[in-house]
Ligand binder design. Structure first.
Ligand code: ADP
Ligand code: MG
Length: 579
């Protein structure tokens, strides 16, 4: 049932010894009623205070030993469950890092986070409970029954009625409530999705004044969860009263029939008390088993969800060995040969029959409407996705023949959405190149036009960047991500609309600095603005996933309808007159 059960193997010792300790505790629990019976039958009956104290002391001693083994068992249970949780979490983390963008898109980031946190927690709880209860409760049930039988066979017939009765009650309640637990898990997922979306998109929500409708959406999901939880609560609430009613009837029966036995001298009063005690122990153990079933049900849902991540195999696989092809300087730096690509592996291509040659040292502009496939095009170069048909070559070698590291070391990519990590500016700059010296960083920062604003910061390069770069403006974040890509001095620099938040003057200064400082670097610059790429050596115009034209600004303006339209829609009137 549990696919992750193999993780228990690493903690075999803890699991086995934990169970042994918990069983030992149960043995002591089973002895206590016997001692109590002795106190009543001998001590109280003969008014022998010394005897009562002696046996009382024995009971305390049993209690202390029982408590110590229980603690040891508990400790091992925690050790195993926390250890398994940690191992599973880091394995998931490792596995997620192997997955390509396509798989991560499919499962979704919020769900991945819920699985690595909440779901692993449920597994941890299940492991701890398994060690604590799975062996002990059945042992107590059987042990208490045997003890009762050894006291008096006839009276223990009551147990034969009570145990099945309690078990049946529990079975009915569980049968009704378990389906709800699956539902609750799903509903919790929905709530965490809404919460996450809201917290991440809080600015957008305010901007569009969507607070009310978002509040309602959250309330709906929350109400839904509440109703289900109340339903399951109503059913589970029956659990304790019903078991206690049955237990109390059992006690009445024991006292009734036991009383007759006592009168005829077959049983003593103390033994009756011991009987009642065993009865209670059995009922409580049955309730514990019921709880264990609930916990296991929840955990099994989580188990499946976690296993789904492990089952997801990366679609992009690194070659085991790098081909030893000699790079030819005459080869284009980057070449697309009749490339077809679709995100969902259907025939809806995001890129259709794209053929491009880009040579070393060239600065290439990529322009096209939103959704025309610009980001898709550049994301294929570092092999974030695999293409359906055609070939992509870097330095004349198919990207599929590179080790990820070799390929990606050649490329510095600045994504459309600037992502920074919490830490200082310098730490962020060293992401692509751990040993970068400070002069290297300074140079990159200068080229990216970020030095001016960093100087104004109180702590300069040591300024702490908050998670997601929240303490920076959009333009500042963009400049830092550009600098970060420049630090390792990549052969290919890809800027995916990375200057969109910069004002025109800074944008121009950035382009100039990149041109001056990176003679041999091949630069791909995506932009929505014709002005930004106007002076590129070559411009690629994309239209609905197809190449609409390749050439210089002047050539394209004459020959490419799509390009001319973009330019005309953006140029100011007097520029148009001059054009
Ligand atoms: P651009 O950068 O030119 O605005 P994109 O390359 O981002 O355009 O998108 C091209 C097309 O591919 C769009 O139709 C978009 O909906 C689709 N697309 C982009 N990213 C994904 C993704 N991760 N999963 C599925 N479809 C995507
Ligand atoms: Mg884009």
């Amino acid at each position: 049932m549990f696919k992750l059960a193999r993780y228990l193997r690493q903690f075999k010792k803890e699991v086995i010894f934990g169970q042994i300790f918990k069983l030992t505790e149960a043995v002591f629990e089973l002895i206590v009623p016997l001692v109590m019976a002795k106190i009543i039958d001998v001590g109280i009956k003969n008014k022998d205070v010394t005897y009562i104290f002696k046996m009382g002391g024995l009971m305390i001693l049993l209690g202390i030993i029982g408590c110590s083994v229980a603690l040891a068992g508990q400790y091992l249970a925690s050790k195993a469950s926390q250890g398994i949780g940690t191992t599973i979490r880091s394995d998931i983390f490792k596995h997620i890092n192997l997955l390509s963008h396509a798989e991560i898109d499919k499962i979704g980031t919020p769900s991945l986070i819920t699985r690595i946190t909440n779901d692993v927690n449920q597994i941890q709880v299940a492991v701890a409970m398994f060690i604590r209860i799975a062996g002990r409760a059945p042992f107590l049930i059987i042990g208490a029954t045997v003890m009762a039988i050894s006291l008096d066979l006839k009276l223990s017939l009551i147990f034969l009625i009570i145990i099945p009765l309690v078990s049946f009650t529990l079975y009915m309640i569980m049968g009704k409530s378990i389906p709800f637990y699956h539902l609750i898990q799903k509903k919790l997922d929905k709530i965490s999705l809404i919460t996450r979306e809201n917290l991440e998109g809080v600015r957008v929500i305010r901007e569009f004044s969507k607070q009310e409708s978002e509040k309602n959406r959250f309330e709906e999901a929350s109400d839904d969860l509440m109703k289900t939880s109340i339903n399951v609560g109503k059913i589970s609430a029956l659990l304790n009263p019903l078991t206690y009613i049955i237990m109390n009837f059992a006690i009445i029966a024991i006292i009734w029939f036991g009383g007759i036995q006592v009168e005829s001298g077959i049983l003593t009063q103390g033994q009756i008390i011991a009987f009642v005690n065993y009865m209670t122990q059995i009922s409580l153990a049955l309730v514990a088993v019921a709880n264990l079933v609930v916990i296991f049900t929840k955990a099994s849902a989580c188990d499946a969800r976690i296993y789904e991540i492990f089952e997801t195999k990366p679609s992009i696989i690194e070659p085991s060995e790098e081909k030893n092809v000699v790079e030819n300087i005459d080869n284009p730096k980057i070449e697309f040969k009749n490339v077809f690509f679709s995100y969902h592996k259907n025939n809806e291509y995001a890129l259709t029959d794209v053929s491009i040659k880009i040579f070393a040292g060239e600065t290439v502009g990529v322009i096209g409407g939103t959704g025309s496939g610009k980001s898709t095009l550049v994301n294929l170069i570092p092999r974030f996705y695999d293409i359906d048909k055609g070939e992509i070559l870097v330095d004349g070698i198919n990207v599929k023949d590179y080790k990820f590291k070799t390929l990606r070391m050649k490329i510095g990519i600045v994504p459309q959405h600037a992502v920074l990590f919490s830490g200082t500016i310098t730490e962020n700059m060293r992401w692509g190149c751990e040993n970068a010296v400070i002069s290297q960083i300074e140079k990159a920062i200068k080229i990216a036009q970020a030095d001016e604003f960093i100087q104004k910061l109180q702590d300069g390069y040591d300024t702490k960047i908050l998670q997601g770069g929240r303490n920076l403006s959009g333009g500042q974040k963009q400049r830092l991500t550009i600098a970060r890509a420049l630090v390792p001095n990549p052969q290919i620099l890809i800027l995916d609309d990375s200057a969109s938040a910069l004002d025109f003057a800074t944008d121009a200064a950035l382009r100039k600095a990149i041109k001056q400082n990176t003679e041999n670097m091949t630069v791909l610059m995506i932009s929505q603005r014709a002005n930004t790429i106007k002076y590129a050596d070559k411009i690629i115009v994309l239209d609905d996933g197809e190449v609409a034209g390749i050439g210089t600004h002047d050539e394209l303006f004459q020959t490419c309808e799509v390009y001319r339209e973009i330019c005309l829609s953006q140029l100011s009137t007097d520029e148009k007159d001059n054009a």
